[in-house]
Write a protein that binds this ligand. Structure first.
Ligand code: PLP
Length: 359
């Protein structure tokens, strides 16, 4: 069996141990004689799986008791609408920091439901930095303030959280579980699972209880947080298998030492790549300073042909999905939790060799 190092931005690598456990349990989950995929979501066996997943997530992230954990579908993109439908119902205002394509989509979608304002943006330099936030631009009566904590496409992240006096909402799709976060600083956290949590099809929402129950009348039932909270994420069939794989991922994170250990692991991996980029004459990181993401590392040679040659030779050598997002070009190495240190070391070795042979 030849496994490649997969630098995809998502769906992304999963820990090998998780895949092996899922494979071993595929035909017969713990003596039930059935696969988790075939299990009724109303069965006691499945209830135990979803309960255990929630308990592990609460333990690992330190989620306070006054927050609900919801296992939903529709991806982070559905949250772009679900959040304003449920939360933009006091003053009808919400403020956004536009730090990339996902943040921009969140802002544009909210603008369909209320008074959305972009209080800061880094669009002027292709989203290569995190903008300063001028407090005078922020509205004290906004229903919430939205950020995208890690910008998957551009490789930036908020090294510190903005200080705001209104409920803070964060898209953590590409950084959840990568390091500790103080959940109590947020009113709502959401993440599509396919970057750092498990397979596509599952969206995790962590919402403070006082944010629930305020939805606009027009809100579709399936997009109302209250419905999902009241029904333990079982109003309809949840993405059962994806939740089960998340459970396996959480068991792996716990075994690795939890989020402090994940942070050290991810800092080590990112440093291997950034240190090389900073010393290379051929390759250059597109983001500088503390805004550099630990999860998504974009880089360029400055020559489109050379970029294409690199991506193609890297693929042949077993380093796949290094092509940058179509809106940015160049390359991007996504190194989520499941990417081993070895993958980053081997990639840098390959880049050194490529640089020698092509300069
Ligand atoms: C991938 C991604 C999204 C989109 O997620 P879907 O689950 O495909 O809707 C949104 N925000 C961020 C930060 C992402 O990385």
């Amino acid at each position: 069996m030849a496994r490649v190092f997969n630098f995809s931005a998502g769906p992304a690598m999963l820990p090998e141990k998780v895949l092996q456990t899922a494979a071993a349990e595929m035909l017969d989950y713990k003596g039930t004689g059935e696969s988790v995929m075939e299990m009724s979501h109303r069965s006691k066996e499945y209830q135990a799986i979803i309960d255990e997943t929630e308990a592990l997530l609460r333990e690992i992230m330190g989620i306070p008791d006054n927050y609900k954990v919801l296992f939903l579908q529709g991806g982070a993109s559905t949250q772009f609408a679900m959040i304003p439908l449920n939360l933009m119902t006091g003053s009808g205002k919400a403020d956004f920091v536009v730090t990339g394509q996902w943040a921009s989509k969140a802002y544009q979608e909210a603008a369909r439901y209320g008074d959305a304002k972009a209080v800061a943006s880094s669009k002027d330099k292709t989203f290569s930095y995190i903008p300063e936030i001028d407090k005078n631009e922020c509205r004290p009566d906004a229903d919430y303030f939205h950020i995208c904590l890690n910008n998957t496409i551009y490789g930036t992240r908020f090294a510190k959280l903005p200080e705001v006096d209104v409920p803070l909402v964060a898209d953590m799709s590409s950084c959840i579980l990568s390091e500790p976060v103080d959940v109590s600083k947020f009113a709502l956290i959401y993440a599509g699972a396919q970057k750092n949590m498990g397979p596509a099809g599952l969206t995790v929402v962590i919402i403070r209880e006082d944010m629930i129950g305020k939805a606009k009348d027009i809100t579709p039932t399936m997009l109302n947080y209250q419905i999902h909270a009241d029904n333990g994420s079982m109003y309809n069939t949840p993405p059962t298998y994806s939740i089960y794989v998340l459970k396996l991922v959480l068991e792996w994170v716990k075994e690795m030492g939890g989020l402090e250990a994940m942070k050290a692991h991810n800092e080590k991996k990112a440093a291997i790549i950034y240190d090389f980029l900073d010393s290379s004459k051929m390759f250059k990181a597109t983001v500088e300073g503390e805004a550099r993401s630990l999860m998504n590392i974009p880089f360029v040679t400055g020559n489109d042909e050379l970029d294409a040659k690199f991506v193609s030779e890297a693929k042949k050598a077993g380093f796949i999905n290094l092509k940058g997002h179509r809106s940015v070009g160049g390359m991007r190495a996504s190194v989520y939790n499941a990417m081993p240190v070895e993958g980053c070391e081997k990639l840098v070795e390959f880049m050194k060799k490529f640089e020698e042979e092509n300069s």
